[in-house]
Design a protein around this ligand. Structure first.
Ligand SMILES: Nc1ncnc2c1ncn2[C@@H]1O[C@H](COP(=O)(O)OP(=O)(O)OP(=O)(O)O)[C@@H](O)[C@H]1O
Ligand SMILES: [Mg+2]
Length: 272
């Protein structure tokens, strides 16, 4: 039969901005790579604190080039550490991608897919909020990681995002990652509030992915433009991130059959 997929795709989303999506995307990818899992991160965000800035790199090709017939698809991947950790930087105007017709969106999906053979994980760093860009990308992946913090606004915005994605784009498989907490207990409390709301008002069960504690060293790493996993591998934040990566590895193992039968990226419902 046709080739079987082995890449688990995740989009990293949040209702409220600034909750740590880009940091977590990068560092989870780094932790996965340390655990011998090849990971490709695609920057799908137009925000200011982009992945290339966080790493002090200036790649010359972006997601836009993937539509370019002449571009060798593999050339658009920026290899971090010369390794199985790859990055595709944000397109200069991701909103351009939304003006594309369905055939062209399909083309992007197929070209990305053709790059994935050696990757265990694909991570889309999607922007905050519920814009069309966000909904287009976050419905493409197998699963969605919703980053929240214990702040009430982050919880309500996180719930609002899940509601829109579930009711309008018909996607499920939400995994809540609680960032910037003082303790696991605080994370579980935050998760419980969003879980209860989804269960009661949407009749939807969401899952707990993990937590990352508030750690000032994350800011030091950002200032040094290095992943905290590399800058301070034994810090509190790095240890929590390692645990999240371990959970994802287990999730991929448990979903092996589903992943084999499901393309890593799909069009989904029309985004209006
Ligand atoms: N666990 C943590 N402990 C301390 N600071 C953190 C932690 N996680 C993230 N931060 C800080 O939060 C800030 C925002 O992080 P980041 O840019 O990753 O958020 P974002 O969700 O991608 O934002 P945007 O919505 O603008 O894309 C960064 O300055 C980062 O240093
Ligand atoms: Mg970001």
């Amino acid at each position: 039969m046709e080739h079987k997929n082995r890449t688990l795709s995740l989009s990293i989303v949040s209702g409220k901005g600034g909750v740590g999506k880009t940091n977590l995307s990068l560092n989870i990818a780094y932790a996965l790579f340390n655990a011998a899992q090849n990971t490709l991160i695609v920057d799908c965000d137009l925000g200011l604190a982009n992945l290339d800035v966080m790493l002090d790199i200036s790649p010359d090709k972006t997601l836009n080039e993937i539509l370019d017939d002449d571009a060798l698809a593999h050339d658009i991947i920026y290899k971090l550490e010369n390794s199985g950790l790859g990055l595709i930087p944000a397109a200069s105007g991701v909103s351009d991608l939304l003006d594309l017709d369905e055939d062209q969106q399909m083309q992007i999906i197929q070209r990305l897919e053709s790059l994935l053979q050696k990757y265990h994980f694909l991570i889309l760093d999607v922007g905050a909020g519920i814009s069309r860009t966000v909904r287009t990308f976050s419905q493409m992946t197998h699963k969605r990681v919703v980053v929240i913090t214990p702040e009430p606004t982050s919880l309500t915005d996180g719930y609002a995002l899940i509601k829109v994605l579930y009711t309008r784009q018909k996607v499920k498989d939400f995994y809540i990652l609680v960032n910037m907490v003082e303790s696991e207990k605080e994370a579980r409390r935050g998760f419980e509030r969003i879980r209860a709301a989804c269960s009661k008002f949407l009749n939807l069960e969401v899952n707990y992915l993990g937590h990352v504690r508030n750690d000032p060293i994350v800011l030091d790493a950002v200032r040094k433009q290095r992943p905290v996993m590399q800058f301070a591998p034994r810090s509190t934040a790095s240890r929590d991130i390692m645990q999240v990566a371990d959970t994802l590895i287990q999730m991929r193992a448990e979903a092996r059959q589903y992943i084999a039968d499901t393309p890593p990226l799909q069009m989904g419902e029309p985004v209006t």
